[in-house]
Design a protein around this ligand. Structure first.
Ligand SMILES: Nc1ncnc2c1ncn2[C@@H]1O[C@H](COP(=O)(O)OP(=O)(O)OP(=O)(O)O)[C@@H](O)[C@H]1O
Length: 324
């Protein structure tokens, strides 16, 4: 296993602030310390060559975990071994073997072209010229950015900049790469390009940990999903197991000839309503088998159109967040 995490915990010490102006003023003189348990004992392993989606609602503890895994934050307790290193103890050696792309933070320099920043990284990592050029040429070709890397960074579009951020993170050929919201703010085409790049790097053996709120990223890239909520793992399995998590539930988009009501049918929940005749339903086939559902609807209405699908992954994730 390339990543081993045991009972990883992080408590933040912070000070309680008053709700009102008066209380806030009081707290300036007499502060009450409180402990925030951001990460409450995470245990997991990641195999070499995997792409793991690390999901959770806002404040679940994802960034805190990622900071500990990249070595910038000391945990309160617990153990992490990545590529044989303890990230926060052997940080200098460790960072030569990992890469990171943070969608909301840039590693490039605003006033200089990306190509100059790439050369800066070459010096920082002490990369040999021939190997550096070979990697750079390969990455530039894959991402189709030969013109772009010579323009000042501040002139680049977000999509162009993100491609360069990826090159910056991959130049020293890391074997584990952490991605935090790598496609945030990108248009559909740029997202596709970035995802294809991640897949290509993965096929060359790079292991990825991917934190994102974009479930398309997860569906297209991750083979495994770890969901955290309130600092704890609430789900850790394959993407297909995630789909099966709500088991028997399906979505049914149905159009009837006349106005239809659905609330009285056991096992059926209205997800959205286009009009009196067009509705999207959630059907729990454990409670009401599909055959029974169709028979029941046929008794009451004339079906004009109907499409049945597995529950979308965002609905499953929402239920996971709410259920835990
Ligand atoms: N420096 C800090 N001091 C005190 N509390 C903190 C600090 N950093 C984070 N927290 C708290 O720890 C918890 C976990 O935060 P964290 O940023 O890890 O969540 P997250 O899952 O990354 O959220 P998001 O999706 O919004 O980025 C939150 O309750 C947050 O308010």
């Amino acid at each position: 296993m390339i990543i081993q995490v045991r009972e990883l915990r992080k408590n933040y010490m912070t000070y309680q602030r008053g709700a009102s102006f008066r209380e806030t003023l009081k707290s300036v003189f007499k502060r009450k310390a409180i402990t925030v348990e951001a990460v409450k004992g995470l245990t997991f392993e990641v195999a070499e060559g995997d792409i793991v989606g690390f999901l959770g609602p806002n404040g679940a503890g994802k960034s805190t975990t990622l900071k500990m895994l990249t070595g910038v934050l000391h945990p309160t307790s617990g153990e992490v071994q990545i590529l044989g290193f303890t990230p926060w103890k052997q940080r200098k050696k460790y960072v030569r073997n990992i890469g990171a792309v943070f969608g909301q933070k840039s590693q490039l320099l605003w006033d200089i072209p990306p190509i100059d920043a790439f050369y800066m990284n070459k010096e920082i990592y002490g990369l040999e010229e021939a190997a550096f050029r070979e990697t750079l040429d390969h990455l530039v070709e894959l991402l189709d950015v030969s013109e772009i890397i010579r323009k000042p960074t501040r002139q680049l579009s977000l999509g162009e900049r993100m491609k360069c951020e990826f090159i910056m993170a991959m130049l020293h050929r890391p074997s584990v790469v952490f991605l935090d919201e790598p496609t945030i703010g990108l248009d559909v085409i740029a997202k596709e390009k970035i995802r294809a790049f991640i897949q290509e790097m993965n096929s060359q053996g790079v292991t990825f940990i991917l934190t994102t709120h974009d479930l398309e990223d997860v569906e297209q890239l991750a083979r495994r999903v770890i969901v955290v909520n309130h600092g704890e793992i609430v789900f850790d399995d394959s993407i297909s197991a995630l789909r099966g998590f709500l088991g028997a539930k399906k979505t049914v988009r149905i159009t009837t000839e006349s106005a239809a009501l659905w609330d009285d049918i056991h096992g059926v929940r209205v997800l959205s309503r286009e009009s009196e005749t067009e509705t999207e339903l959630e059907l729990d086939t454990d409670k009401l088998p599909l055959k029974e559902f169709i028979r029941l609807v046929n008794e009451r209405h004339t079906i004009m159109d109907m499409a049945i699908d597995a529950l979308p992954i965002d609905v499953i994730i929402k239920e996971l967040y709410q259920g835990s």
